[in-house]
Design a protein around this ligand. Structure first.
Ligand SMILES: NC(=O)c1ccc[n+]([C@@H]2O[C@H](COP(=O)([O-])OP(=O)(O)OC[C@H]3O[C@@H](n4cnc5c(N)ncnc54)[C@H](OP(=O)(O)O)[C@@H]3O)[C@@H](O)[C@H]2O)c1
Length: 256
């Protein structure tokens, strides 16, 4: 029977353990709220300030705020240990969302700017993925979801290092999909276009940003909730045959 070949949906799917970086604000806080409201257990990574993670932990007993700087290997290791100690389980789903941005003309970028950008936005997801993969592989189920950016697809003008890091993250996603999908661990990227958050405040306020918004086929910027909805679908058992993909949530700004 055809149905015998389709993996059965596990009823405990929604209580799976998620580690979400950058949960303190913006898109990460929206992903956190949606997953928690749907019963997932979520480790809410923040780096500088707990921000929304404190409020979410008051609302949902399955939430745990955890400090993690993804630019530092030791910080990643201790954050994962804290989740193991608190919940007594391994991480089933990793969402690499936390990131930095820096608007600067290309000719003014320094090697330090470049290294900092790559260490947080690309090396961070690489190190985090390596930490959680062994447990996912031993249970033959896992999800790695990387939040990338339209800049990583079509190139950057005022944030070349950011665009390069996100392009690298798209390729890391594809490589992980090639390596591990056959063992039950999918890897996908979600690529937002323009969403109003702290990261985009100055761009949206600028003339260049307003012109960009005018050119969006959907006629508006996106919401953090719209990005979160795509992420939550990728977390599900129903998304088990989607891997190595970049899911665009961009109102039609880019079709590739
Ligand atoms: N907004 C957009 O239009 C847009 C478009 C394309 C892609 N994206 C991507 O979407 C994701 C979320 O962006 P956003 O707009 O929500 O950004 P945001 O509001 O600036 O939030 C950034 C998040 O990343 C965390 N973070 C910063 N440095 C970190 C580090 N070293 N280690 C761990 N976490 C760190 C921050 O934590 P603290 O609060 O503790 O500093 C914060 O939670 C990012 O990957 C971004 O590149 C956003």
């Amino acid at each position: 029977m055809i149905s015998d070949r389709i993996p059965k949906t596990d009823n405990s799917e929604k209580s799976r353990m998620v580690f979400l970086t950058g949960a303190s604000r913006g898109i990460g806080a929206a992903i956190a709220e949606l997953l928690l409201a749907n019963g997932y257990r979520v480790a809410l990574g923040y780096c500088h300030y707990p921000g929304e993670t404190t409020k979410l932990a008051d609302m949902f007993p399955t939430a745990l705020p955890v400090m993690v700087d993804i630019g530092e290997q030791d910080s990643i290791t201790s954050a994962i240990d804290a989740v193991r100690r608190h919940f007594g389980v391994e991480i089933d789903i990793l969402i690499n969302n936390g990131a930095i941005a820096q608007e600067k003309p290309f000719l003014e970028l320094t090697s330090e700017d470049w290294d900092r950008m790559l260490s947080v936005n690309l090396r961070g997801p690489f190190m985090f993925s390596k930490e959680v993969l062994p447990a996912m592989l031993s249970q033959q189920w896992g999800r790695i979801i990387n939040i990338v950016s339209i800049g990583g697809q079509w190139g950057g003008m005022n944030q070349v290092h950011y665009a390069a890091a996100k392009a690298g993250l798209i390729n890391l996603t594809r490589s992980l999909a090639k390596l591990y999908s056959g063992r039950g661990v999918t890897a996908n990227a979600v690529s937002p276009g323009l969403v109003a958050t702290d990261m985009t405040r100055s761009e949206i306020a600028s003339e260049r940003g307003q012109a960009k918004i005018m050119s969006i086929p959907a006629g508006r910027i996106g919401t953090a909730r719209e990005v979160a909805a795509a992420v939550m679908f990728l977390c599900s058992d129903d998304a088990g045959y989607i891997t190595g993909q970049t899911i665009n949530v961009n109102g039609g700004m880019y079709f590739g």
